[in-house]
Design a protein. Structure first.
Length: 174
């Protein structure tokens, strides 16, 4: 006796195999949506662009946040055209934070360390003394907090102090 049923195509995947494949797909999809956070609350996969604080640091420099503790009047420029003859250039600075080091910086600066710093453009405002300076500096006084890249120099200490001398060109208030 003949049956009128249509023949079924051959099945390559059994019903159990299809169920396992579906479960595996769901598990893989769910694992990609997990919110993985570090202990500081930031996501691990977040792309972070460098901020101004994180821009590259030149070799031989260290980026710090510091506070002016004392301005020395002992160092006066070597000539009438020396900016340090017109405004103070030397200050004792407390390192509040070390933001990073460039390669070949020869010293270790730690938080709380006091360093002697010579400011190339003086501690005064630069508007009158350096009118062509592209970024004018506001000047610093005792208790001023600033951020700068410092370098060290082998020149003898000014103001009768010993130890390394650090030099700051440009800075910004913090």
């Amino acid at each position: 006796m003949a049956t009128n049923s249509t023949p079924r195509p051959p099945t390559l995947i059994s019903k159990n195999s299809r169920t396992l494949l579906l479960l595996a797909t769901i598990l893989l999809a769910c694992s990609g949506t997990r919110d993985s956070r570090r202990s500081d609350g930031e996501r691990q996969n977040d792309v972070r662009f460098p901020t101004e604080d994180q821009q590259s640091i030149q070799p031989g420099h260290c980026r710090i946040v510091g506070t002016i503790l004392e301005i020395s009047q002992n160092y006066v420029g070597t000539g009438a055209d020396d900016p340090c003859a017109k405004a103070p250039c030397l200050a004792t600075v407390r390192v509040d934070t070390v933001l990073g080091y460039g390669s070949a910086f020869g010293h270790t600066l730690g938080e709380g360390k006091r360093i002697m710093v010579r400011f190339l453009y003086t501690l005064g405002p630069t508007k009158n003394m350096f009118p062509s300076l592209p970024t004018q500096l506001p000047g610093l006084t005792v208790d001023s907090r600033f951020q700068a890249d410092v370098s060290s120099t082998d020149e003898p200490q000014m103001g009768g102090r010993s130890g390394p001398m650090f030099v700051v060109g440009m800075y910004r208030w913090r």
